[in-house]
Design a protein around this ligand. Structure first.
Ligand SMILES: [Zn+2]
Length: 512
């Protein structure tokens, strides 16, 4: 009897639930049909067009992209975030503006006995440690072999390290050794003479000349007091050695044996190359029904690296693909809501900027959340889902999933269940390994949510030859794969938004 009644009640409960679940499933599938390869393509054609100038953070192209994304949200019927002003810097209800400090290298000037030398023509460096003027009357000349010796005590403020002339030497290693050796000597500037300095400047030119950005958090940047390393050309070195009547070869031969001091006036000047900019995250918010106090975030970054050496880097895959996916999902959810089938939890479709400059937009958002982070049940982040990488062949249907079980195992399980039911992709967890040298878990916007304990999953196609290159174009996008991967995120979002309980923080990193 007992047993039977249990069976009966199980049957009764199942019978009661089947239609509701089936209806929810068919609704999810119905609204999925509004996301198509064609709609994804039409969005991506705009985002990855030359007229958006590579969508560099803080630049005109990024603002155009933001305006386009906002217009798309409006056209889907998505309303501005309620109480936008009260919720922080959301001037028009869609865009969250954040302040940036811009730094360029090149503030350090060098003058040898009245002759000025130039950054990226005569010398270069990767970091500006000497952020003040310095005048010296002598330069100490070292051969690499002297670095281990005892002759470094009482070193000059400026030291010139000669090229080894040994092609097997790794310059970074040499600089490391020299910095360690000079650490406590009072030396402020290490000039490393490099035969290949010209070549290296040419090679690093675009990188060294670019603006570096940080969030403007209102505090002074920490002044670093480390040793200033400057790589100089043999010509510039010779201009200094002339004052000691030395050639490079003679200086080298002498320096191997004894301390060489050249009496010469060298002036260092410092003119900071700071500026201020702002950039925007664009938010598409859809209010939930009975659980509207909780929110499911779906994110992608819409910024890319801009124009480099006159060439527009369109970033179709990185991350035009993710942005198109987020817009596609926003449109489907907005339509569902308009037809009376809106999500139970609220949805935040957020495209962020500043990603390529160091995940800045998502950092600003998670430091100034428009919707409370402890009510944010998950962040599904998409960064590059429109291509295949060099590991998988063109016929492969896969996606890398990263971090999906770290904070919430339930989230990871839900993705697998939806994939088994709907999209049948190969889910590859290779990059989720704790010791993966690529550290992708830390390299896109979900990480800023994860560090605040929000369950995350990151969807990614891996890197390819066009990654951060000028040929990441729409023509190379696999729209069938982009579509299928978008649907996996869409179905996961649908389930997260509509299930009875939010996913538990039951993963190994969930207890934070
Ligand atoms: Zn990216």
């Amino acid at each position: 009897m007992k047993c039977k009644s249990l069976v009966l009640s199980v049957l009764f409960v199942s019978a009661w639930h089947v239609p509701a679940v089936a209806q929810a499933d068919s609704l999810a599938a119905h609204y999925a049909s509004f996301i198509s390869e064609t709609s994804l393509r039409s969005v991506l054609n705009v985002l990855a067009h030359d007229s958006l100038e590579g969508r560099e953070t803080g630049m005109e192209g990024q603002r155009k992209a933001a305006a386009y994304i906002m217009a798309q949200f409006r056209s889907y019927g998505i309303q501005p975030v309620p109480d936008a002003e009260a919720r922080g810097m959301l001037p028009n209800g869609y865009q969250q503006r954040f302040p940036l400090v811009v730094n360029r290298l090149g503030g350090l000037g060098i003058n040898v006995d009245g002759t000025s030398f130039g950054f990226l023509t005569d010398y270069f460096y990767f970091q500006e440690h000497l952020q003040e003027a310095l005048d010296v009357q002598e330069v100490m000349v070292l051969a690499p072999v002297s670095l281990g010796g005892a002759r470094l005590g009482g070193s000059s403020k400026v030291v010139m390290l000669l090229d080894t002339q040994d092609p097997g030497t790794d310059i970074m290693e040499l600089v490391g050794q020299a910095s360690a050796a000079l650490a406590k000597t009072g030396t402020r500037v290490l000039m490393v003479v490099q035969d290949k300095a010209q070549e290296m400047m040419h090679h690093y030119d675009a990188f060294l000349g670019r603006a570096r950005m940080q969030l403007d958090k209102g505090q002074q940047e920490n002044r670093t007091q480390g040793l200033q390393v400057v790589v100089i050309t043999p010509q510039m070195a010779q201009a200094i050695l002339d004052h000691g009547h030395l050639t490079l070869t003679k200086a080298y031969k002498t320096a191997v044996k004894k301390r060489v001091i050249v009496k010469v006036a060298v002036q260092f000047t410092y003119t900071p190359q700071h500026g201020q900019l702002s950039a925007e995250n664009v938010l598409g918010y859809i209010e939930g029904s009975d659980k509207k106090g909780e929110v499911v975030a779906v994110t992608a970054h819409y910024d890319h690296v801009g124009v480099i050496n006159g060439e527009v880097y369109n970033g179709a895959d990185d991350d035009g693909s993710g942005t198109a996916a987020v817009l596609g999902m926003a449109q489907a959810f907005a339509r569902a809501k308009a037809e009376g089938h809106g999500p139970r939890r609220s949805m935040l479709f957020m495209t962020v900027s500043g990603e390529e400059k160091g995940l800045l937009g998502s950092e600003w958002y998670t430091d100034h959340p428009v919707l409370p982070l402890d009510s944010t049940v998950a962040d599904l982040n998409i960064d590059m889902i429109g291509r295949t990488d060099t590991v998988y062949g063109d016929s492969s249907h896969y996606v890398y999933v990263i971090g999906s079980k770290r904070i919430s195992r339930q989230l990871g399980d839900l993705i697998e269940a939806e994939n088994a039911k709907r999209t049948h992709l190969d889910l590859d967890y290779k990059f989720d390994a704790e010791n993966d040298p690529n550290r992708f878990y830390y390299r896109s916007d979900h990480y800023n949510f994860a560090k605040h304990g929000v369950p995350i999953a990151f969807f990614f196609n891996g890197v390819h030859a066009d990654y951060h290159g000028p040929h990441d174009e729409v023509g190379k996008i696999r729209f069938d794969l982009l579509h299928q991967r978008t649907l996996l995120v869409y179905y996961t979002a649908w389930m997260l938004a509509n299930r009875d309980s939010r996913v538990a923080k039951d993963g190994p990193e969930g207890a934070r």
